[in-house]
Design a protein around this ligand. Structure first.
Ligand code: PGA
Length: 260
């Protein structure tokens, strides 16, 4: 794991955007795995800036989002389809036909999940997967005790996640219980993983994921088994890492040839 500790979320997001931009310039048909929530918003803002000011071109790219609430359609203000439209897709040139987000209104969830997996495979697989992390260590909506080999499927949210996400809804009672999420096995097949985590609320989950044992009780800890993971942190989310001085030194002293 590469642990990148920055002073604030904006700097961390610029670093992550730089990695994605380099990927897209090198591989214009890149397949991007995207995330929702508060965390990736500054990353998407930076990608939009790069598109407008530096000509970053998404016209050949394909995207797959991690998850969606069951029961929410594109017109619901808290649906992830709507979130992506407002925070990224309406401001870049990613073709609508190559945007994929699980359909929260599907009538046949198992068939839809199987088709989602098939479509990821047919695209050639995800080149870079953006992730946030839940305060309980979830990635996508793979809550603690999710199978570390899981594929896209329905999941039931924990009460903690429903509370964490309540600010996107009129009230906590409105947060759905069920979601469709890529599995941990699906995420682990991405060629690179970029996990962003900001704020004190994420410090325990980050410490467990990086320095704890691999356990389904902290699903992000499985990323220790992935060969290409970058964690973009701010001082607060990194505050409980025992080896943070070491990670800082490593990042600041990387040989030039190792920088993206
Ligand atoms: P957040 O959610 O970005 O809104 O904190 C992260 C997550 O639940 O994965």
């Amino acid at each position: 794991m590469e642990i990148i500790i920055t002073s604030d979320p904006a700097t961390a997001s610029q670093e992550a955007a730089r990695f994605l931009a380099a990927l897209i310039r090198k591989k214009p048909v890149a397949v991007l795995g995207l995330a929702t929530g508060s965390t990736p918003v500054p990353l998407y803002r930076e990608l939009i800036r790069m598109h407008r000011e530096e000509g970053l071109d998404f016209s050949g790219c394909t995207s797959f989002n991690l998850d969606e609430y069951v029961g929410l359609g594109a017109d619901h203000p808290a649906s992830y389809r709507r979130f992506m439209q407002e925070n990224l897709f309406s401001s870049i040139n990613l073709p609508a036909a190559r945007i994929h987000i699980p359909d929260g209104l599907t009538q046949d969830i198992p068939a839809h999940c199987a088709a989602y997996e098939k479509s990821i495979a047919e695209s050639g697989g995800i080149d870079a997967q953006v992730l946030g992390i839940g305060s309980d260590g979830h990635v996508g909506f793979n809550e603690p005790t999710s199978s570390l080999a899981s594929r896209t499927r329905i999941k039931t949210l924990t009460q903690r996640t429903r509370s964490d996400n309540a600010h996107f809804f009129a009230s906590e009672n409105d947060v759905p219980h069920h979601v469709i999420t890529m599995g941990i096995g699906t995420i682990m097949e991405a060629r690179a993983v970029l996990l962003l985590a900001f704020g004190e609320n994420k410090a325990d989950a980050v410490a467990g994921a990086v320095e704890g044992p691999i356990t389904a009780s902290n699903p992000a800890s499985i990323l220790q088994m992935h060969p290409t993971v970058k964690l973009y942190l701010d001082e607060k989310s990194a505050s409980k890492l025992a080896r943070r001085d070491y990670y800082r030194w490593v990042f600041e002293n990387k040989p030039d040839w190792q920088r993206d």
